[in-house]
Design a protein around this ligand. Structure first.
Ligand SMILES: [Zn+2]
Length: 417
């Protein structure tokens, strides 16, 4: 492999993935437009034409923004790599700190801060233009800013020690560094699972124990029936930021919690809430979270091993617009380049992960249908599609590629059989 051959490979892969993203999005837009005039027959009794068209327009607006984002991200990636951005920043920080771990941390921090700042206008457009236009946004400028600052501080508090540890291991542990780094990464992810419900999530939202005694009694008897213990039922003030609704589990073992968005509780009947909870319990019973985490651990082991091979080759750096570090003491460049270009080469894994995710959704639905009434889950889903203005008519290929949840029509017709 030579540097120019690798550059060519990278540009080709970037071009192909960007074109594929745009092509899929165009198909999605065309499919939605073609089905905008009529509510699909299966939903005609529950969903009005106006709501169906709102969902079509909302999904189209988000898809068009995603097309713009795909182009912007590709340009940004090119500027950082072949445009010499990372090479230049690495040199700049080496000048300031020498070839040390501090240089590596400054390099990562500056690249992350720069990309976040450059992507902010698109994020602002999504929140304050699209979400507002369709009546979902509850976010104020003040809240947006305080969320941003909190995320930044939290990212620094968690990310800086992790990155220092990883860079130190990469430099000191010789040829097997990737095994040590992997072990640290696994520990870090597991630690996050434990501290997320009680320490991280409360920084952004308020969690109040569920007050509705009648509902609570119903939920507790369902939990007992399913043999599930949780350390509490909580209601989250999701309505602070948006009117979108949801329900989820967090934590592991004894710290496990069940969280309902206040927006969801307001809209669903007690038996529908029970059915939604039974679906979440289905994910738990089938160990979906554990399976997903195990899969990402395996993949990260493979990626770290690959990086260990690549970082010894000059063509890997030069092919991506950076100079190969002269000393073994600046591994940050390799780590950064690798994780920036990885999505370009792993784009084709999308359909695979989406497929497994949709299979898990079917399994959870089946479990819910056994524990509660399938009709309640179906009607809860229709309400959620309606309230979130989610399209009922996605392009089949687009959906196969990206959707973590099965299309409404397939999902609900399976519940009815
Ligand atoms: Zn689910």
């Amino acid at each position: 492999m030579t540097a120019s051959l690798f550059s060519g490979l990278f540009i080709t892969a970037l071009l192909l993935t960007t074109l594929a993203k745009l092509w899929l999005a165009r198909r999605h837009l065309a499919h939605i437009a073609a089905h905008r005039a009529e509510v699909p027959a299966a939903f005609r009794a529950q969903i009005e034409l106006a709501s169906h068209q709102k969902a079509a327009d909302y999904t189209s607006a988000k898809t068009r923004l995603a097309m713009l984002e795909a182009l912007f991200e590709a340009a940004l990636l090119l500027a950082f790599t072949l445009g010499g951005g990372i090479g230049w920043l690495a040199g700049f920080w080496q000048h300031a700190f020498g070839a040390t771990i501090a240089q590596g941390i400054a390099l990562f921090a500056s690249v992350l801060l720069l990309s976040t700042l450059l992507e902010t206008p698109l994020d602002l457009y999504r929140t304050f233009v699209i979400e507002t236009r369709f009546g979902f946004n509850k976010m104020t400028w003040k809240l947006y800013l305080s969320d941003g600052i909190k995320s930044l501080l939290l990212g620094a508090a968690l990310g800086l020690p992790l990155l220092s540890g990883v860079l130190w291991l990469m430099e000191r542990m010789g040829g097997n560094w990737w095994l040590y780094v992997w072990a640290v990464w696994v520990g870090f992810v597991l630690l996050l699972q434990f501290i997320y419900p009680s320490f991280i999530a409360p920084l952004f939202n308020k969690f109040a124990p569920m007050q509705d005694e009648a509902l609570k009694a119903r939920i507790e008897s369902l939990l007992q029936k399913c043999g599930f213990t949780a350390s509490g039922l909580f209601v989250m003030d999701g309505s602070r930021r948006s009117t979108h609704g949801n329900a989820y589990f967090t934590g592991f073992g004894k710290t496990k919690r069940i969280v309902f968005f206040d927006t969801l509780l307001q809209r669903l009947s007690s038996s529908e809430i029970e059915a939604v909870l039974a679906h979440e319990l289905g994910h738990f019973k089938h160990r979906h979270v554990l399976k997903r985490i195990a899969a990402t651990f395996l993949m990260s082991l493979g990626f770290l091993w690959l990086l260990a091979q690549l970082m010894q080759a000059g063509w890997f750096y030069q092919g991506l617009g950076a100079a190969m570090p002269a000393t073994a003491l600046s591994t940050a460049v390799a780590l950064l380049l690798f994780f920036m270009v990885l999505p370009v080469f792993s784009f084709l894994l999308h359909p695979l992960t989406s497929y497994f995710s949709r299979r898990h959704e079917f399994e959870a639905d089946r479990y819910a249908a056994q524990q509660t009434a399938a009709a309640d889950l179906a009607s809860a889903l229709v309400k959620m599609y309606h309230d979130n203005a989610a399209t009922l008519t996605p392009d089949p290929l687009y959906s196969t590629f990206y959707d973590s949840h099965p299309p409404a029509l397939v999902r609900i017709s399976r519940l009815q059989t």
